[in-house]
Write a protein that binds this ligand. Structure first.
Ligand code: ADP
Ligand code: MG
Length: 682
């Protein structure tokens, strides 16, 4: 038996320094190592004739040096080395910078392979900093080469070698993880072939087979896991049947506005779930500003009127405080008691809250992660609401739910993912959607601009600040980064504080600051003590600063549509006409198209569908930006069709065997356990 949990230091080629570097990549065990999949591949298998190569193409050529290498000093610290090479069809100039030691690497009568990108320079071909090798002894150029996501100081060659050792060690000995009958049915290759071929494919056909199998396994285990969670709730548990007499309409009639059709529809679904004894597990999806909070409040009202307590969990103290304010205001006169629990309140105050909670003197508790602590004990918890759930996830959801006796759970999210995808990713939940905004909302006017408009944009910001408004500026980076050509918070702060907006109060916010510092800045922005807030994307989804009316996004081309839309939703929360200004660089078709979409629609769902489509065309943004789960190999966008197929397959399996107890499905049972590793007990 091979030990997949074996620590990485015992793998051949891994010394103490490399252990640390590998740990940085999340690789701790042999298993982590062999499932650290390549990010892409370079086809160095077949050289191309030079005269057939095209501008911009990454190719392998095989050629002889035509003379000696030339060194040219361009600037004091920049040395260029040039080498002309030729094959049977043509010539190409190879260029390196600052690599004087290459000087004696090439012998005139030997043939070399070069792998790199071709650039046409006035009709002549050039290749910059290629990978190269002598043809006779070639190891790194003669095949399809995996390229791994890397950390600084660990080179591709080193990591490739270590993974090769790891794969050799497990070679042929991995136990199969899916049932035999299943693999035959869906034509999937075995696990050992898959692992070898995903790292070191013989050809692209082998690669696709390997990938298909691994994607299958990954998505299937997620689906089976979610469905078995759902079955557990539904099959095994008796929940609470909230009272019919506790009418939601009593609360709805007290509101100062009428609810939208969509809100009413969603409330009907929730009402139905709540009165049903089966525990509710429902996802409430709705664009920013669609009015989810009031829906949560009305559900909480029903729970309280039925004699239960409710808890509302928000990802940050600011959001929790904001919810408390709106709950207290809306529930005034109903006798329902709300309380806030966040970390950072005094010990004495906390103890008092905990005691009242346990005695049933608090009806609705609103808080952050703090409500998950063991000493938070409810008298009679009936309803759990989590806001912006992608920050929480399954484990925390079940931890908080465990504080009651199978309470109803409502998960709210503003992540506008298309319904097909939502059905799959939230397979353990039923889904409700608010697909309409309250009436009379002013549309956030959105403009996409390039650098030439900078002065006008700044004047526009100044004009609005003079009128008493506030402005957000979002940048992709915290600090300047030589490798990434994008605006950073710290450089913008420097320019805006000292040059452009010297008369205004400019502050900043980013993820590397301590939570307390972040909250303080946000609080001051809310109180109007800051005119311009420069930040990364950390500013919360759902934070309400009605007085801010401009959102400027620097390097907007670097964000996905769904994320731009969420950022835009931070303004337009008050009575003022609001604006979103997207500053972008680059004029590729896809960038233009994305900017056009942003300026032409305010509908988050339309944008997220479009995001998918554009990703399909090669643009890629991490799933993190959507608040979606991360996968090791599957790509939700690329693999959407497969994902749909796998969902259907999983439903079929679970239909036959709801708790995966049949002997022929024992591998599935293990996959589910593994999926929930250190996340949940099942
Ligand atoms: P989100 O879905 O982003 O959480 P909120 O619940 O914060 O949205 O709602 C945004 C604002 O809209 C709040 O001030 C809320 O009181 C208000 N609101 C919610 N529903 C309606 C409605 N039907 N008509 C008018 N205003 C509404
Ligand atoms: Mg909200």
């Amino acid at each position: 038996m091979i030990d997949l949990k074996k620590e990485i230091q015992y793998v051949k080629g891994v010394g103490p320094t490399r252990v640390q570097l590998l740990n940085k990549l999340g690789i701790y065990t042999l298993e982590d190592l062999i499932t650290y999949y390549p990010r892409e591949y370079e086809d160095r298998s077949k050289p191309k004739y030079i005269d057939q190569t095209e501008d911009g193409e990454e190719v392998l050529i095989s050629a002889y040096p035509m003379g000696r290498m030339n060194e040219i000093r361009i600037r004091g610290n920049l040395l260029m080395c040039k080498l002309m090479v030729q094959d049977e069809t043509g010539a190409c100039q190879i260029v390196w910078y600052n690599q004087p030691y290459l000087k004696n690497s090439f012998k005139p009568n030997k043939r070399y392979k070069f792998y790199g990108k071709i650039k046409m320079n006035g009709g002549k071909r050039e290749m910059q900093s290629p990978v190269f090798e002598e043809v006779e002894t070639s190891k790194n150029t003669g095949k399809i080469i995996p390229i791994y996501p890397l950390t600084y100081r660990l080179s591709q060659n080193t990591l490739r070698k270590i993974i090769e050792n790891g794969v050799a060690e497990v070679g042929g000995k991995l136990p199969e993880t899916m049932p035999q009958y299943f693999m035959e049915k869906y034509h999937l290759c075995d696990i050992n072939t898959a692992i070898t071929q995903i790292h070191f494919p013989d050809d692209f056909e082998q690669f696709s087979k390997a990938r298909k199998r691994l994607v299958f396994e990954e998505l299937l285990s997620m689906q089976l896991a979610l469905l078995s969670l759902k079955n557990q709730y539904e099959v095994q548990k008796e929940g609470i049947a909230f009272l019919k007499e506790a009418k939601m309409s009593e609360m709805i009639d007290k509101l100062p506005f009428s609810l939208t059709k969509a809100q009413l529809h969603v409330l009907e679904e929730i009402d139905g779930d709540m009165e049903n004894r089966k525990p509710m597990n429902r996802l409430l999806q709705g664009d920013v500003g669609s009015g989810k909070t009031i829906v949560a409040l009305i559900a909480a009202y029903k729970a309280v009127k039925s004699g239960y307590q409710a808890v509302i969990m928000a990802p940050t103290a600011i959001l929790a405080t904001q919810h408390l304010e709106s709950f207290s205001q809306t529930l005034e006169g109903t006798g329902i008691r709300c309380e806030l629990l966040v970390s950072g309140i005094s010990k004495k105050k906390k103890e008092a809250i905990l005691a009242r909670l346990q005695n049933g003197e608090i009806d609705i508790l609103i808080g952050t992660h703090a409500v998950l602590e063991d000493n938070v004990i409810f008298a009679k918890l009936g309803l759990v609401v989590t806001d912006e759930q992608h920050r929480f996830g399954v484990r925390q959801r079940s931890k908080i739910a465990a504080k009651g006796d199978n309470p109803d759970v409502l998960v709210m999210t503003a992540t506008p993912i298309p319904r097909t995808l939502a059905l799959i990713l939230y397979g353990d939940l039923d889904i409700s959607m608010i697909d309409e905004l309250p009436p009379n909302r002013k549309k956030i006017e959105t403009y996409a601009v390039t650098k030439s408009m900078e002065t006008r944009v700044n004047n526009f910001i100044a004009k609005n600040i003079e009128e008493g408004r506030q402005c957000y500026i979002v940048c992709p980076l915290v600090e300047e980064n030589e490798e990434i050509n994008a605006k950073s918070v710290m450089e913008m702060v420097e320019v805006y504080q000292k040059q452009v907006f010297t008369n205004y109060r400019v502050e900043y916010l980013h993820g590397k600051m301590r939570p307390k510092e972040k909250d303080e800045i946000m609080e001051r922005f809310k109180n109007g003590e800051i005119d311009i807030l420069i930040s990364t994307t950390v500013i919360e989804v759902g934070v309400n600063v009605p007085n801010s009316n401009i959102m400027v996004i620097e390097n907007a081309e670097r964000f996905g549509l769904a994320q731009l839309h969420q950022l835009r939703g931070r303004v337009g929360r008050g009575e003022y006409q609001s604006y979103c200004i997207l500053k972008y660089q680059g004029n590729s078709h896809v960038i233009q198209e994305r900017m056009k979409m942003m300026t032409s629609t305010n509908d988050g769902f339309v944008l997220s569908e479009k995001d998918l489509e554009l990703r399909g065309s090669g643009e890629f943004f991490g799933t993190k930006q959507h608040g979606l789960p991360e996968f090791k190999i599957a790509n939700l966008f690329q693999d959407l069709e497969l994902l749909k197929q796998i969902q259907a397959i999983s439903l079929e399996i679970m239909e036959q065997d709801p708790l995966l107890k049949k002997p022929e499905n024992k591998e599935f049972q293990l996959l589910v356990k593994k999926h929930f590793r250190d996340r949940i007990e099942i």
